[in-house]
Ligand binder design. Structure first.
Ligand code: ADP
Ligand code: ADP
Ligand code: ZN
Length: 216
């Protein structure tokens, strides 16, 4: 199964992708995580992406399609993937269509996580991640069961993204509305667009995701 999660920054894509990965054995492909790993490792892609990401703008289509094409060539993706953060432009969506066609694969569904812009700053500025296993948390909405200890791995170190500050949220939202939202009619026309209420609580969103997948 090949799924795309589509929604603005902070909509809950990563949170739900982790759950779908754990439950259905799909692989979460987060282009944001891949870019952050490239920045941390100081690779050529990382050097090009760093400043763009800190400004809250989009990294070039060429770099992004290259990253995804390489990743889809790896054997662990054979059972299916959840694309989290890709495609983000019409050019990326068209490149993905070509890639899948060439590999004989089909896009099963695109799930839009509908959210109001005014809650996203709070979602994004409260977000943090286990430094050991990558599990996602939130200061108010998703706390570990024991304070300071990751539920999944017992890790006690957490990180926050340098772009998760109120100032960049404005440009990231603008990038979403200008460049990514046009993908909604693109996929609606193909008859594969589904929607969940991204404003609902995390468990309710998961339930709606499962309902949407049942129908496939
Ligand atoms: P995205 O990957 O779309 O940018 P995340 O999944 O990282 O978004 O979620 C952003 C933050 O909001 C995280 O800290 C997460 O724990 C929290 N969060 C995710 N979904 C919800 C929800 N439905 N209600 C409240 N908080 C949420
Ligand atoms: P969020 O969780 O807020 O939606 P991501 O982790 O997906 O953010 O992405 C972080 C940053 O990485 C983006 O603001 C952008 O600069 C870059 N990025 C990630 N995916 C893409 C993509 N498909 N195309 C262009 N830039 C991307
Ligand atoms: Zn952990």
């Amino acid at each position: 199964m090949i799924l795309i999660l589509l929604g603005p920054p902070g909509a809950g894509k990563g949170t739900q992708a982790q759950r779908l990965q754990d439950k259905h054995g799909l692989i979460q492909l987060s282009t944001g995580d891949m870019l952050r790993a490239a920045v941390a490792a100081g690779t050529e892609v990382g050097l090009k992406a760093k400043a763009v990401m800190e400004r809250g703008e989009l990294v070039s289509d060429e770099i992004m399609t290259g990253i995804i094409s390489d990743r889809l060539g790896e054997p662990d993706t054979k059972n299916g993937v959840i694309l989290d953060g890709f495609p983000r432009t019409e050019a990326q969506a068209e490149a993905l269509d070509k890639m899948l066609l060439a590999k004989g694969l089909k896009l099963d569904a695109v799930i839009e996580m509908k959210t109001d812009d005014d809650i996203l700053v709070e979602r994004i500025t409260g977000r943090y991640t286990c430094a050991n296993c990558g599990a996602g948390y939130h200061d108010s909405f998703l706390k570990p069961k024991v304070e300071g200890v990751c539920d999944k791995c017992g890790g006690t170190e957490f990180t926050r993204r340098s772009d998760d500050v109120a100032e960049t949220v404005i440009s990231r939202l603008k990038a979403y509305h200008d460049q990514t939202a046009p993908l909604l009619p693109y996929y609606r026309q193909k008859g594969i667009l589904k929607q969940v209420d991204g404003m609902a609580g995390i468990d309710e969103v998961t339930r709606q995701m499962e309902d949407a997948l049942q129908a496939i």
